[in-house]
Design a binder for this molecule. Sequence first.
Ligand code: COA
Length: 180
Amino acid sequence: MGTQGDSQRGEERPPTSSGKAVATGKPIVVERLTHEDVNDICALYKRVWDGYRSELPAELVKAWQPTPLEFTSWMEGVTYFAARRDGKMIGAIGCEIAEGSCRLVHLAVDPEARRQGVATALVAAAGEWARRSAAGSVWADALARFTAAAAVFLRLGFVECGAFHRHYWNEDVRLFEKLL
Ligand SMILES: CC(C)(COP(=O)(O)OP(=O)(O)OC[C@H]1O[C@@H](n2cnc3c(N)ncnc32)[C@H](O)[C@@H]1OP(=O)(O)O)[C@@H](O)C(=O)NCCC(=O)NCCS
């Protein structure tokens, strides 16, 4: 997100040499989330986690599909970025900076927009935010079963640094960190 202005109003991800952005014809735009985007991000999380109803604990799916009121409270202390293409929200991530480190939370990409660099753009935006906030590292957890999330973090230079067992409603979790 190095090209963003101080307003944090966003960055366009230009067409890549892999041709993914070219294939859709529209750039991915990452912007800091505002209160006006709350309904859109709740709809995104509903789309994403509805797809996991048959395999994840029901409590987890419910917890990760906030109502607009619940999401508004998530925003306290967490800076969210959203990715849009052609105006439609297709991905989101949260950055929770605490005690000099930045935790990435609630990363999710619309099922129809995967493998097009959306998570990559969001994690880059989060990393830039962490740097600006003088964080020394960025870290994230991901359900052990989420091999795509692990692949994203490892691809982006994170190192797997541990695990929590039976952590989210009995789901094992892998931990990833990247020093800044
Ligand atoms: C994980 C997730 C966020 C990835 O989003 P994405 O926009 O598709 O990821 P990207 O396109 O930026 O992928 C970057 C790289 O990560 C790796 N990767 C991503 N998804 C992968 C998959 N399903 N299998 C293997 N590698 C994968 C690839 O190396 C990819 O680069 P490539 O497409 O050029 O090969 C998305 O699949 C998702 O929302 N999953 C469900 C929710 C989730 O797991 N959230 C994360 C919790 S921490």
